[in-house]
Write a protein that binds this ligand. Structure first.
Ligand SMILES: N[C@@H](CCC(=O)N[C@@H](CS)C(=O)NCC(=O)O)C(=O)O
Length: 207
């Protein structure tokens, strides 16, 4: 039995839902309600010492960190990273550019803290919009590459696409138009037409 401890609006959870769906792996979802602070409760801390979501219970393991989970799924099931080393390096670079450069500085706890210390003319919203735009601008440049195809890397869905989709969702959620980044927008549209990706959308899994 595979169990995903997630939150419907969490982008890191959204990544893992997409990966599981793409691989056709059935799972049960157990919600950890971030709005109620359940991530910091004893039950969640026992499975995820950082007090975050997602956690994936699979193969008698309890895995944390969405990128590590996706890499594990690739290592054990295949299909989420290219076969060749240069391709894997490119997919990882795109994934890390989002997961390590954009997401951590725009997450809930950072936004809350910026909101507390922010000046009246500089809100947490301004912070998030600034860094998300800066980050996706870089992604758009990285996608200006001969290896970009229908998806981020060629015509097969990879970890980079899995990481991109939730970031695009967050970007649009704060009211920014993804159309300003045409390559990113085109890939996102292709991805969202895939049933496995569409089924992982927060609105589809909202409790
Ligand atoms: N790098 C982690 C990030 C996980 C993360 O930040 N999760 C957020 C939701 S997207 C969370 O649990 N936030 C709760 C909090 O900040 O208290 C991963 O990829 O799994």
């Amino acid at each position: 039995m595979t169990i995903l401890f997630d939150y419907w609006r969490s982008s890191a959870s959204y990544r893992v839902r997409i990966a599981l769906n793409l691989l056709g792996l059935p799972y049960d979802a157990v919600p950890v309600d971030l709005t109620k602070g359940e991530q910091g409760g004893a039950e969640n801390l026992a499975r995820n010492p950082q007090g975050l979501v997602p956690t994936l219970a699979i193969d008698e393991l309890s895995l944390t960190q969405s990128l590590a989970i996706i890499e594990y799924l690739n290592d054990t099931r295949g299909g989420l990273l290219p076969q060749d080393a240069p391709g894997r390096a490119r997919v990882r670079a795109l994934s890390y550019a989002i997961a390590m450069e954009i997401a951590p500085i725009c997450n809930l706890s950072v936004r809350t803290h910026v909101g507390k210390i922010g000046a009246p003319d500089f809100t947490a919203d301004d912070w998030v919009k600034y860094y998300m735009t800066k980050g996706l601008k870089s992604i758009e440049k990285m996608l200006d590459h001969p290896a970009t195809g229908r998806f981020c890397h060629g015509d097969n869905v990879s970890m980079a696409d899995i990481i991109l989709i939730p970031q695009v969702y967050n970007f649009e959620r704060v009211g920014l138009p993804i159309s300003q980044f045409p390559r990113t927008a085109a890939i996102s549209e292709q991805l969202q037409s895939l049933p496995a990706v569409a089924a992982a959308h927060p609105d589809r899994v909202k409790p």
